[in-house]
Design a protein around this ligand. Structure first.
Ligand code: SAM
Length: 305
C-alpha cells in the first residue's frame, strides 16, 4: 500500500521562457546544444503526454532527460514515482533542489546509454522492473536508445516518447511507404505504435529547427520471440542496407561470408530461402511485412546451422 503524499506543486513556472532563463542564469547554467536541450514549455502538451502513459497511481516511471523537471513534475502530479536519467550535471543539481522528495523521485546522473543497464540489473535483483517509460528524448540519442532497449530486452509495458518528427515517422511506418526501415521493423516487433501529437518548435525553449512528434508504444502481447534472434536482427538490417538492391542481392550480400555451403551454391541457397519464405527475389525490403521477414529469417537460420 502506497502512503499518500502531500500534493506536489512545481517550484517554477515551466511554461515561461523568461522564468526558465532567469533560473538558468541565477544558477550559472546554460543550454547545451550537444545534449539536445529544449524544454517543453507547453503545459497542455505535458499534461496530455503524461495522460497518454496511463500510469497507475504509485507506479514507477523511468524518465530520460528530465532537464529542469517539467515532465517529471507532471508525472508526480499525476500520481507516478519517477526514476530519471540526466547527463547534465548542472541540471542534476537543479533537479535535486526543484524536486527534493526522494520517495517520489530518484535521479541517475550520467549518460543513460551507459547507466540504464546497471539500473535494470538493480531492479531485477530487487525483484521488479519499472513498467512505464516517458521521455522527451534528446534528438541525438533517441533512436539509438530505443533500439538499445529493444535489442537488449529491456521492454516496458508502455512508453510515451517525444522524438524528432522524422524519427517518429520511421517508428510507425508501414510496409510500402518511404519511411519503412529496419528501425520500423525493430520497433513494431516489440510494440504497437501509435502516433500522438505533433509538437511545433514554438512549444519548446529554445525553439528547435525541427518539429517533434510524440509516440505511444504498447508492448505487444503477440510478440514473436523469433524476432529476438540475432540472425533476424542482422538479416533485417542487412536487407535494408542497400535500398537500390533487391531482396535477392541484399540476401546474397548477407550470406556471403556466413554461408559455408551445403549442396547448393550461395546464389541457389538465397533463391531457395526466398521462395520457401513465400517471397520473390525482385522484391525490396521496403515492401515486406514483419511476418515475411520472420519466415525468411527461419529459412536463413536453417541454412547457417
Ligand atoms: N524533459 C525536459 C523537457 O521536456 O522540458 C527536457 C527535455 S530535453 C529535449 C532532453 C534532455 O535530455 C536534456 O535535459 C538533456 O540534458 C538530457 N540528455 C541528453 N543526452 C542525454 C544522455 N545521453 N543521457 C541522459 N540525459 C541526456
Amino acid at each position: 500500500m502506497e502512503t499518500p503524499h502531500e500534493p506536489f506543486h512545481p517550484l517554477i513556472d515551466y511554461n515561461s521562457p523568461s522564468v526558465l532563463k532567469r533560473y538558468l542564469d541565477e544558477h550559472g547554467l546554460g543550454m547545451q546544444k550537444k545534449f539536445g536541450q529544449n524544454f517543453l514549455i507547453n503545459g497542455d502538451a505535458r499534461r496530455r503526454l503524461v495522460e497518454a502513459l496511463e500510469v497507475p497511481p504509485g507506479e514507477l516511471v523511468w524518465e530520460v532527460g528530465p532537464g529542469l523537471g517539467a515532465m517529471t513534475a507532471e508525472l508526480i502530479m499525476q500520481g507516478a514515482r519517477v526514476k530519471a536519467f540526466e547527463i547534465d550535471r548542472g541540471f542534476a543539481q537543479a533537479l535535486r533542489d526543484l524536486i527534493p522528495d526522494s520517495t517520489l523521485f530518484t535521479l541517475v546522473e550520467g549518460d543513460v546509454l551507459k547507466t540504464w543497464p546497471q539500473e535494470a540489473h538493480k531492479e531485477r535483483d530487487a525483484g521488479f522492473s519499472a513498467a512505464y517509460f516517458l521521455g522527451n528524448l534528446p534528438y541525438n540519442i533517441a533512436a539509438i536508445l530505443l533500439a538499445d532497449f529493444i535489442e537488449k530486452g529491456r521492454l516496458f509495458k508502455r512508453m510515451v516518447v517525444t522524438v524528432q518528427k522524422e524519427v517518429a515517422q520511421r517508428m510507425f511506418a508501414k510496409p510500402g511507404t518511404k519511411d519503412y526501415s529496419s528501425f520500423s521493423v525493430l520497433c513494431s516487433s516489440a510494440y504497437s505504435i501509435k502516433p500522438l501529437m505533433v509538437l511545433k518548435g514554438a512549444s519548446f525553449y529554445p525553439v528547435p529547427h525541427v518539429d517533434s512528434q510524440a509516440v505511444r508504444m504498447d508492448l505487444r502481447q503477440d510478440r514473436n520471440p523469433e524476432t529476438d534472434s540475432p540472425i533476424f536482427r542482422a538479416l533485417v538490417r542487412s536487407l535494408f542496407a542497400n535500398r537500390r538492391k533487391n531482396l535477392k542481392n541484399n540476401l546474397l550480400a548477407f550470406l556471403s561470408g556466413r554461408y559455408t555451403g551445403g549442396s547448393l551454391d550461395v546464389a541457389e541457397a538465397a533463391e531457395a530461402a526466398i521462395a520457401r519464405a513465400g517471397l520473390k527475389g525482385q522484391q525490396r525490403a521496403e515492401e515486406i511485412e514483419i511476418e515475411s521477414f520472420i519466415a525468411l529469417s527461419r529459412e536463413v537460420e536453417s541454412l547457417l546451422c
